[in-house]
Design a protein around this ligand. Structure first.
Ligand SMILES: NC(=O)c1ccc[n+]([C@@H]2O[C@H](COP(=O)([O-])OP(=O)(O)OC[C@H]3O[C@@H](n4cnc5c(N)ncnc54)[C@H](OP(=O)(O)O)[C@@H]3O)[C@@H](O)[C@H]2O)c1
Length: 255
């Protein structure tokens, strides 16, 4: 039985595509009043009938975030769940990643996510709510050609785990979600067009399955949710035998 979020106010960033869109729809189906946020106006308008409201948000714009936060708090009075999902990929070796590209990935995946969290934390604390950070398995270990992306996602995981200490006793929980590869436009948007060729036989998770995992982790207020048994096994291996995992990655040319 899927968890109920009846009348909970749930903000989902990056809701115009992939995991964010599937998560917004699942929360709406579970009874939540969903605020779907994104930049793409056409996709926001298409989502609007299925959620409580759809609002523009570029997480890298301080001014835009202030307008968005004020609009949400004005309309709902507070927020119970923030799904900090907006993100971009970059899959190039370190010497093909210039500083501008590194900063772009950090701006969205780390500084943008942290800014949105900071904007809503007073409200989440007041409501003993849940901050759901969509990180990645790449926030837990290194992958070939992922230096910028791993740096940003490790940063988000570290910030979130430290934040959990600071929030102790407030009743507000931090859930770190680490999806494995999920079938969305994410890799294509990052210009990584050979994902399927590079991963023969590998079947990425669907966005809807990832979204179901995100709702379960939110309901359970899990500390960390690594969303597939395979990813959990590889993460465990990276902790107990990091050299063995790196050898497997080198052999396969990937994670
Ligand atoms: N797909 C995977 O394999 C995978 C695996 C692990 C973790 N993740 C993480 O899951 C999250 C969602 O990824 P996805 O696979 O669903 O990718 P996606 O389909 O490309 O969707 C990314 C979403 O992020 C939004 N976004 C990008 N830049 C933004 C910005 N500056 N401000 C606001 N929104 C922005 C996009 O909105 P607009 O287009 O409207 O700008 C879009 O809705 C990301 O954080 C990603 O790192 C993905």
């Amino acid at each position: 039985m899927p968890p109920s979020f009846k009348d909970r106010v749930v903000v989902v960033t990056g809701a115009t595509s992939g995991i964010g869109r599937a998560t917004a729809l699942r929360f709406a189906a579970a009874g939540a009043r969903v605020v779907a946020a994104g930049r793409d106006q056409r996709r926001l308008a298409a989502l609007a009938p299925d959620v409580d409201c759809a609002l523009t948000l570029d997480v890298t714009s301080a001014e835009g975030l202030a307008i968005f936060t004020a609009a949400v708090l004005d309309r709902y009075g507070g927020v119970d769940v923030l799904v900090n999902n907006a993100g971009v990929g970059l899959f190039k070796s370190w010497d093909n990643t210039d500083e501008a590209a590194l900063r772009r990935v950090m701006e969205v995946n780390l500084f943008g996510a942290v800014a949105v969290a900071r904007a809503f934390l007073p409200s989440l604390i007041a409501r003993k709510g849940v901050l759901v950070q969509i990180a990645s398995v790449a926030g837990k270990r290194g992958y070939p050609k992922h230096t910028a992306y791993c740096a940003a996602k490790h940063g988000l995981v570290g910030w979130s785990e430290a934040l959990r200490h600071d929030l102790r006793g407030t009743g507000c929980d931090v859930v770190v979600v680490c999806p494995p590869a999920v079938r969305t436009p994410f890799f294509e948007n990052a210009g990584y067009l050979t994902f399927d060729e590079d991963h023969p036989g590998f079947v990425p998770m669907t966005a809807d399955i990832a979204a179901a995992g995100i709702l379960d982790a939110t309901a359970a207020r899990s500390r960390t949710a690594v969303l597939s048994p395979r990813a959990r096994a590889l993460y465990a291996l990276s902790v107990v035998a990091p050299g063995a995992l790196e050898a497997i990655q080198r052999w396969k040319g990937r994670g």
